[in-house]
Structures are given as structure tokens and as C-alpha cells.
Design a protein around this ligand. Sequence first.
Ligand code: NAD
Ligand code: MG
Ligand code: MG
Ligand code: MG
Ligand code: MG
Ligand code: MG
Length: 332
Amino acid sequence: MKEAKMYYESDADLSLLKGKTIAVLGYGSQGHAHALNLKDSGLNVIVAQRSGGDNYKKAVEDGWKPVSVAEAVKQADWVHVLLPDEVQKKVWEEDIKPNIKKNAILSFAHGFNIRFKQIIPTPDLDVIMIAPKGPGHLVRRQYEEGKGVPCLIAVEQNASDKAKDLALAYAKGIGGTRGGVLETTFAEETETDLFGEQVVLCGGLVELINSGFETLVAAGYQPEIAYFECLHEVKLIVDLIFEGGFGKMNYSVSDTAEYGEYVSGKRIITDSTKEEMKKVLADIQSGKFANNWLEENRTGRPFFKKERKDVSERTIEKVGVRLRSKMSWIKK
Ligand code: NAD
Ligand code: MG
Ligand code: MG
Ligand code: MG
Ligand code: MG
Ligand code: MG
């Protein structure tokens, strides 16, 4: 296995960004963190955030004078798109493309719209990605603490011949080179991100937890016991795996639990589960998943809304609300 090359503070030159006006589009989870970190790194930032809504209020409270996307893009040498993925195509066509300066830099924190050709930038632009591998609020908090969330960078178009150095400089501006920066491609970032969230992190985990819970409850066990076993303890186990891999987790659990892992784990995640994982990946790679999600948005999200409602009405969610209300140390 070849080790990936990592980039740190001394590999990035912040002076490449001096004198450039950077427009951060969207003041949400990622947007507020990028805008504030770049400003604290001594760079010239403008924020675009539509008015109405809490994020506009927050931008004003944080000292910005938020403008429209079109206005910000007109002034900017660098346009960083931190809008929800599903609205980016429309905003690109209506507000960014007609206003962006020639030879500007266009950047993203996730590759979806470039990878699935929703946005097709003109060839004069540098097109790059700086994707923090953590939620926006952590990107801000760690920067303030002198730390940094690791980032991925990627270059899709290199019109200036300096695109990679520019991406590294931006990553430094938000604190990413303190944690370490890794180079990827728009395709690799997009496909692995979607696969991870669908198969393991969100899709797989939610159904695993819920199926375990329902199996115990259907067999007559108390729902509260089932909740602790199948949901609450997941965090304790994942913390051990996060800190020291499967080895640390197995060291910490009893040998009985470890034996049970070896006997039953592969009865749950079977060869046919792995076959299905390959099919999920194929749907991501072919663009089928992306097309379905964009179509779902065009038609008012009927499936998404129904599923969200169904999941919220599951027994495990109701039991959870009751039990967590007694555990004051669990963050609201
Ligand atoms: P978000 O939903 O938190 O924020 C988006 C902001 O854009 C909101 O303030 C919203 O009001 C504003 N907005 C929405 N539509 C708009 C429009 N038409 N015109 C102007 N403003 C509009 O989004 P986010 O989670 O920060 O995601 C932004 C990007 O970052 C996405 O590409 C996402 O994939 C990527 N990303 C997010 C995270 C994360 O931690 N949430 C992590 C890595 C990458
Ligand atoms: Mg959400
Ligand atoms: Mg992800
Ligand atoms: Mg994602
Ligand atoms: Mg136990
Ligand atoms: Mg042990």
C-alpha cells in the first residue's frame, strides 16, 4: 500500500491569497467557519447570504455586511461555493456564471456538482476543492483553539498553472494545514463521500441499530433495555474503535463479546450484503443516485419527506427521547 502524501503548514504559502477578494457564498455550517477563519488569517473576505433566516442574522452579528450572490461574485477574485449541493446548479446559472470575473478561482467543499456535471465552468477559471473532513462548527472551533480540521484538496481545472498551490493556501487560511491536507480528485472525493454516508455512516448504521432494536422488542424484551444495547452503547464502542482501531475495542470488551463478534458478525454482514454495497457504489459511480436525488428535489421531495416522517415515528426514537431526557450530561 502506497502512503498518500500529506501537506502541512510549511507546504502552503498564504501570501498567494493576499490582495485577492474571496467571496464565501452561503453562511451555513461550512460558510461561517470558512469566512471567519479566512478573515482571522488576515485575508479579504466578503459574505453572500440571502436575507430572512437565522444565518443572515448570524452573519450580521458576526460583523459581516452580507450581500447577494451576484453582488459578491462581481467583486470577487475567488468564489467559494458553500451553498447546499442541490441549489448550486441554479445559483451557478443565474447568479455566478453571468457575473464571475475572467480568470477567477471557483472552489467547492464537495465535488457533487462538478462530478455530476451540474456545473460546467468556463475554461478560463481555476476549479478547485477544499473540503474539510469535519462539520463546519468544528472547523471554526478548532481554528480558534490553534488546531485545524484536516482537509482534502483537488484540482479540476488549472487555468492559472497555480491551482494546487492556491488550494493549499486556502486550506492554510482555514486551518487545514495544521491538521494535514491530502490531495484527491473531484471524482474520488464525491464517490467515497456518498458511499461512506450511504453504506456505513448514515444508511447502514441507522438500519443496523434499528433492526437490532426491533428484533429484541419483537422477542418480548423491554424496549429500554433494547435501546441501551443497540443504540446507546454504539457511541461507547465507536469511541474505542476511533481511538485505537478494532484492537483497542476488542481489548476493552470481554472475550465473550469478542468471540460473539467472530461468530455472528459475518452472519449479519454477509457476502450478499457486500454484493449490495458494490451495487450502491455502482449507482453512485454511474450518476444514478445523483440523478434520483436531483429529480427528488425537482418534484418537492415526496420520498424524502415520507421517509423522514417514518423514521421519526419509529419506536426507538420515542424511547430515546424519554431516556435521554434523564441523562442531563447528553448535549442538547
Ligand atoms: P448549509 O445548509 O449549512 O448552509 C448553506 C447556506 O446557504 C445557508 O445559510 C442558506 O441560507 C444559504 N442558501 C441556501 N440557498 C441559497 C440561495 N439560493 N442563495 C443564497 N444563499 C442560499 O450548508 P453546508 O452544510 O455548510 O454545506 C455547504 C457545502 O459544504 C456543500 O457543498 C456541502 O456538501 C459541503 N460540506 C459540508 C460539510 C458540513 O459539515 N455540513 C462538510 C463538508 C462539506
Ligand atoms: Mg441535515
Ligand atoms: Mg462526508
Ligand atoms: Mg456528504
Ligand atoms: Mg453489553
Ligand atoms: Mg477483551
